[in-house]
Design a protein around this ligand. Structure first.
Ligand SMILES: Nc1ncnc2c1ncn2[C@@H]1O[C@H](COP(=O)(O)OP(=O)(O)OP(=O)(O)O)[C@@H](O)[C@H]1O
Ligand SMILES: [Mg+2]
Length: 183
């Protein structure tokens, strides 16, 4: 069973490959509604209708007629196996958006894993891409927007500079507390 953070890593990798310059990732934990919702949106090149239909077709392991990766299929399969839902929309030249939900207390829900570490790695290893990270816990929202960080630092200070990297890490750790992964 793959951790949710590793799925996020995979899906954001798709956005990077699609030349996105802004990637939005939100993690919404709703204890009250017994739900976890993940939303990932990019402004990359998007997919054709045909491609979109292929990546969302039911996951069939015996299929050998096409060479399409597993990143999206596995993410989708995991949500549906844990009482959740999955949807993806994409427009060529505009971007791609995915939303996945999990039943919070479903026995087959994967653990969230290291969300702060995953987002930190993605940001500092792609210093030219902007990230908008949102964590919402029962309605209380916390945001990290690298566009604002750049503006505050001045555009010549790279986000992978050690001091900046450390600051980003501390902020992400504040946003996503370890106890969220305890269940
Ligand atoms: N954000 C995106 N923007 C544009 N195209 C995308 C995006 N995400 C996926 N795609 C297209 O859908 C295909 C399938 O994506 P998926 O992640 O399932 O597999 P993959 O990236 O090809 O391989 P894998 O993830 O298994 O290494 C990609 O090859 C790409 O063509
Ligand atoms: Mg992929």
């Amino acid at each position: 069973m793959k951790e949710i953070s590793l799925h996020i890593m995979d899906i954001v990798q798709n956005s990077i490959t699609a030349d996105a310059t802004l990637i939005e990732v939100s993690l919404d934990i709703q204890y009250a509604n017994n739900m976890i919702s993940i939303a990932i949106r990019d402004n990359g090149r998007g997919m054709s209708k045909e491609m979109l239909a292929q990546v969302t077709s039911p996951f069939v392991t015996t299929r050998t007629t096409r060479r399409v990766g597993l990143g999206i299929s596995l993410f989708q399969a995991g949500t549906q196996a844990s009482g959740g839902e999955f949807c993806i929309d994409s427009t060529e030249g505009v971007g791609t958006a995915l939303q996945a939900t999990y039943g919070l207390d479903h026995l087959d829900r994967p653990p969230i894993g290291d969300f702060a570490g995953t987002m930190h790695t993605l940001i500092v290893s792609n210093p030219d891409i902007d990230f908008l990270v949102t964590v919402i816990v029962d309605g209380a929202q916390d945001v990290l927007d690298t566009r604002e960080v750049r503006e505050a630092l001045g555009n010549d200070v790279p986000l992978d500079m050690p001091d900046v990297s450390l600051w980003l890490r501390e902020n992400l750790d504040e946003m996503f507390k370890p106890e969220y992964t305890d269940f």
